[in-house]
Design a protein around this ligand. Structure first.
Ligand SMILES: [Zn+2]
Length: 351
């Protein structure tokens, strides 16, 4: 008689206990689930914030670089203002003496200025667009000599030196270069500006760079520049110049190298030609400038004294409005420098 209610009681107690345990488990499970969701959310927010910060850092860096460049330009302009001389320096005339392959003529060129003009109308290849920039350490282990052509007009370089090792022909130690017909910029300054940018780009890519000058005041002759580059270990010697012509319609870039018959450096002919081609191709691809091809020259002191593969890059015509104004632009100069560096990359990639 007593057993039935007792069993009933026990069953009720059992059920209540089971229900209680179940509820507890459910609550615990829900809490754990919620906590894990919250952790995930927090992680996502953190990730997003990190990405945002990285983005902001990038913007800051590029802005900083821009400010630095502007500051450099301003300082240079101020320096220039101080240095400007009241006396007019004659603008050299560039007689159109295209020098294709033949032997070095040993007759002196008329006038103090080197004849660096290229009126030869060649198949003008208009390259399209810009190639992808290489950011890798393409230059690791290589040494490049860069010669920013000419020097400031206040430096007297009219004394002479032999046109090549052992040559009886004497030429001015260096000439004063041309100037921008529209920008008013001196070639010596343009050459230096682009060369300094090129140095930076090359060093970023892992090259060691030998500069023949880093200011406008250094008095160093063309022969001395060539020898300095080789003595400092340069594997190639890149001379940076800009062109001029009486014909303001002539535009575009060209490069120069010694011919096969050069009396001093004929052994450098094939590698110099490859260097000249690599540089010009990449430079024109980057800048969109007209490609006027490679020219041979055996009358330039700075080439005849070279001991390593050598090229002159005539970046454009300062007597042409399009070329002159483009080359005078600071941002565009960076593009020019990167184009030249791409050409140097291409040259070493094939070695
Ligand atoms: Zn020049």
């Amino acid at each position: 008689m007593y057993r039935k209610p007792l069993t009933k009681f026990l069953i009720i107690i059992g059920s209540v206990c089971t229900a209680f345990v179940l509820v507890c488990c459910t609550i615990a499970f829900v809490r754990i689930f919620r906590a894990s969701r919250e952790t995930e959310k927090a992680q996502e927010t953190l990730e997003a914030q990190r990405e945002k910060m990285e983005e902001m850092e990038g913007t800051l860096k590029s802005a900083k670089k821009k400010v630095e460049r502007a500051e450099k330009k301003r300082l240079k302009e101020e320096e220039e203002k101080i240095k400007v001389e009241p006396s007019e320096t004659p603008i050299p005339t560039y007689a159109p003496t295209a020098t294709p392959t033949p032997r070095a003529s040993l007759t002196p060129t008329p006038g103090p200025s080197s004849a660096v003009s290229a009126d030869r109308e060649q198949a003008a290849v208009q390259p399209s667009g810009r190639e992808e920039r290489q950011q890798a350490m393409t230059g690791a282990g290589h040494v490049v000599g860069i010669d920013p052509g000419h020097q400031g007009p206040h430096v007297d370089m009219s004394a002479t030196e032999p046109n090549g090792p052992g040559s009886a022909e004497m030429k001015a130690k260096a000439t004063s270069g041309t100037s921008g017909a529209y920008s008013g910029l001196g070639e010596y300054q343009l050459n230096l500006d682009v060369s300094l940018k090129l140095q930076e780009v090359l060093e970023e890519r892992g090259y060691r760079v030998v500069m023949t000058r880093t200011d406008n005041d250094t008095a160093i002759s063309n022969a001395e520049r060539a020898l300095l580059a080789a003595e400092e270990g340069a594997e190639v010697y890149v001379r940076i110049h800009a062109n001029g012509s009486d014909d303001h319609g002539v535009q575009g870039a060209l490069s120069m190298c010694p011919s096969q018959d050069n009396p001093y450096v004929s052994e450098l002919y094939s590698e110099s030609l490859r260097l000249s081609e690599s540089l010009l191709d990449a430079y024109c691809a980057a800048t969109g400038f007209e490609d006027r091809g490679v020219q041979y020259t055996d009358t330039m002191t700075g080439i005849n004294w070279s001991r390593v593969p050598v090229t002159i890059l005539e970046m454009g015509f300062m007597t042409n409005e399009h070329d002159d104004l483009a080359m005078a632009d600071d941002e565009f100069q960076q593009t020019m420098a990167e184009g030249i560096a791409d050409g140097i990359d291409a040259y070493f990639a094939e070695r």
